[in-house]
Design a protein around this ligand. Structure first.
Ligand SMILES: Cc1ncc(C[n+]2csc(CCOP(=O)(O)OP(=O)(O)O)c2C)c(N)n1
Length: 356
């Protein structure tokens, strides 16, 4: 593993733990365990442009484990979605852009609100269905104007919920081949080891649903995860990538235990983890070369969007009516979709962690 990859992954880990520590509440363990798979996705796989977060043909990312929101905020900060370090320090504070669980239309780069376990998996299936339907309606020979993937990340808790099973069954039936679900298989949940309540073979279950299942040997190795994501692109089914990870990775006092799940690591443990992972003692410190490294993915994605725009211009010349309809669908001008600038309703207007 290159030094800068390791440094970026460990920056994600410690920044996530810093936010939870400062807030004195939250979930540091899952972000620390999932940092390598998140890095593989954001650095090398996700087709999404932070300079234009609403690009219609972007890949969608859903953090179904909404309690691990610190991970998503760390990614949005590092990958240039406009969350500042000050926003990171306001994690879980009333009215901040970094509420306890990610909220759609509240924080740029959050594609859907998550927190209720399993729900994000079903949302992701919905995104993948929408992509398939839009592609069937709008794409023409030589013009794949709708051609994006949906990625979701979930943990044991999501897998225990019935909603994820129901949605996964539908995804298998519909052969939603552009859907990839990364399973953070850390064998720890809120009440301890998953052995006490969850012993099923998740991979076998998804095979029965008609999914392609990839078992990664070490979910802590971002290159293995990256290869698995790449492999998923070549199949005609949705793909589950099972990633064995360690909750609270890097924090010797808590790694692999339920106490890493839903409480701050503690000042001393966090300092020890930062030192073990080669991070600075000072919280909320990110090295310049890490920022520069993350920006490389933005350059790749800007080029991808430029190519798409050039294609769309030619599409609009060849199929003006379809192009007009596409824009109406995206902008919601024809009542197909709600506008993104529509103010949130009363029910979802209160940022902050209501779920524990
Ligand atoms: C439907 C639902 N039930 C309960 C909760 C409360 N809750 C939040 S996180 C969690 C445990 C999640 O376990 P896991 O997915 O294994 O996450 P990890 O321990 O790896 O952080 C629970 C029960 C919730 N968010 N949603």
């Amino acid at each position: 593993m290159s030094d800068i990859a390791m440094k970026t992954i460990n920056s994600i880990r410690i920044l996530s733990a810093d936010t939870v520590q400062k807030a004195k509440s939250g979930h540091p363990g899952a972000p620390m365990g999932m940092a390598p798979l998140a890095y593989a996705l954001y650095q090398y796989q996700l087709k999404a442009n932070p300079a234009d977060p609403k690009w219609p043909d972007r890949d969608r990312f859903v953090l179904s484990s909404g309690h691990a929101s610190a991970l998503l905020y760390s990614l949005l900060h590092l990958y240039g979605y406009g969350l500042t370090m000050e926003d990171m320090k306001q994690f879980r504070q009333w009215g901040s852009l970094t509420p306890g669980h990610p909220e759609y239309r509240h924080t740029v780069g959050v594609e859907t609100t998550t927190g209720p376990l399993g729900q994000g998996v079903a949302n992701a299936v919905g995104f993948a269905i929408a992509e398939t339907m839009m592609a069937a309606h709008f794409n023409r020979e030589g013009f794949p104007v709708v051609d994006h993937r949906t990625y979701a990340v979930c943990g044991d808790g999501c897998m225990m919920e019935g909603i994820s099973s129901e949605a996964a069954s539908l995804a298998g039936t519909l052969k939603l081949d552009k859907l990839t679900l990364l399973y953070d298989d850390n064998e720890i949940s809120i009440e301890g080891n998953t052995d006490i309540a969850f012993r099923e073979d998740v991979g076998e279950r998804f095979l029965a649903y008609g999914w392609n299942v990839i078992q990664v040997e070490d979910g802590n190795d971002w290159e293995q995860v990256c290869a698995a994501i790449e492999h998923a692109k070549g199949t005609d089914k949705p793909t589950l990538i099972i990633c064995p990870t360690t909750i609270g990775y890097g924090c010797d006092a808590k790694a692999g235990t339920a106490s890493a799940h839903g409480e701050p690591l503690g000042e001393d443990n966090l300092l020890a983890a930062a030192r073990k992972l080669g991070m600075p003692d000072e919280p909320f410190t990110i090295a310049d070369d890490v920022y520069a490294h993350c920006r490389e993915s933005a350059v790749r994605n800007q080029a991808a969007e430029d190519d798409w725009k050039a294609m769309f211009e030619k599409y609009a010349e060849a199929y003006p009516e379809l192009a007009k309809e596409f824009c109406e669908w995206i902008e919601g001008g024809n009542g197909h979709l709600r506008r993104d600038d529509q103010p949130p309703g009363e029910a979802d207007a209160q940022p902050g962690g209501r779920l524990r």
